[in-house]
Design a protein around this ligand. Structure first.
Ligand code: ADP
Length: 328
């Protein structure tokens, strides 16, 4: 490894995701392994602007690999969107002699990192941490697997009630622009139908499907709906519409909300975060910058920020087919 990087900074930014702590741990420990220093920056870009920086050694990240959220805290920072804000952030970088930055966050955080890099030429590496899995350049983002498991755990419990009372449940899950959580958790939890932002199945098709299942003898059903589904109605309006048209169903709505972000990360997310943290530090030390680490075909890869931000993480169409077949 050969660059003149002697001290790196690490921060978590944007929406928190389980596994961010495992990534912070991996960055701090890799820095120690390669004999460079690591500065922890608290509250994302806000902490960079407000000089909330603390040196962190390998022992400073003991006992966090199993913890949800982020010990570094996260923040949405309006000031970093301004030139003046980024100037203050760079003053903090200079003050602490930080000569490389690891940003753990989503595409908004990477946009900020890219602009910062272009203005001040500080080497930056991104680690994708978001439960939505909506980032191009990696098959999995940190936190996604944990969120999926949280969602199917919740739906399993809802199913107990649905069966006991012959009810039809509409379960809203996170995903404004991406249906990865809805589609995968829908299949994993055996949902009757899944409504996602990528496809507009139309409410008529939903009614037909529910009629069919009632005729075939199903007395309870679960429909999973992503926040950003394309029906033009929210989950309560969809439930009302179905109840009006299919009065024999006893309809209930459950919005899972922020519980999907929390909890102890799964083994998959811990391993992913650990690999990404190590690879991010190694990539910075190899002179790479302005890139995001990702997972593809079991290997660690790098993608330029620009691609990661602008590219679209496509939904796996075969999963839609599988879901359709299994809900017969
Ligand atoms: P995420 O990283 O999860 O997508 P956000 O979109 O909220 O979350 O972005 C996190 C932070 O990144 C913002 O609060 C802001 O400080 C910074 N950021 C986002 N977009 C820009 C931008 N265009 N210019 C500068 N900073 C940005």
């Amino acid at each position: 490894m050969s660059t003149n990087i002697k001290r790196i900074g690490v921060l978590t930014s944007g929406g928190d995701a389980p596994g961010m702590n495992a990534a912070v741990r991996a960055v701090v420990r890799s820095a120690a392994f390669y004999k460079i220093e690591c500065a922890a920056i608290y509250q994302g870009y806000q902490g960079l602007i407000d000089n909330k920086v603390k040196m962190m050694n390998a022992r400073g990240v003991n006992n966090i690999i199993n913890k949800g959220g982020t010990i570094l805290k996260s923040a949405r920072c309006l000031e970093f969107r301004t030139k003046e804000g980024r100037k203050k952030a760079f003053e903090t970088i200079q003050k602490h002699q930080i000569d490389g930055l690891v940003v753990i966050g989503g595409d908004g955080s990477f946009t900020g990192a890219m602009i910062f890099q272009s203005e001040y030429n500080i080497p930056v590496m991104g680690i994708p941490g978001t439960i939505d899995n909506d980032i191009y350049g990696t098959t999995h983002t940190i936190g996604y697997d944990t969120a999926l498991n949280t969602v199917i755990g919740a739906i399993d419990k809802i199913r107990d009630t649905a069966i006991s009372h012959n009810r039809l449940f509409f379960v809203e899950v996170m995903g404004r622009d991406a249906g990865h959580i809805a589609l995968n958790a829908g299949i994993g939890a055996g949902a009757e139908e899944v409504l996602i932002p990528e496809e507009n199945m139309g409410l008529e098709r939903l009614l037909e499907s529910l009629k069919r299942s009632e005729k075939s003898g199903k007395s309870s059903s679960i429909v999973v709906i992503a926040e950003g589904d394309k029906s033009g109605k929210n989950v309560f309006e969809i439930a009302e519409y179905v109840e009006k048209n299919l009065p024999y169903y006893d309809v209930r709505v459950s919005v899972l909300g922020h519980m999907q972000r929390g909890g102890s990360p799964t083994c998959f997310d811990r391993v992913l975060a650990s690999r990404m943290g190590v690879f991010a530090v190694e990539s910075l030390l190899a002179g790479k910058s302005n890139m995001m680490v990702g997972l593809k075909n079991e290997e660690m890869i790098l993608s330029p920020f620009e691609k990661a931000i602008k590219g679209k993480s496509e939904i796996n169409k075969d999963l839609i087919r599988v879901s359709d077949i299994l809900t017969i």
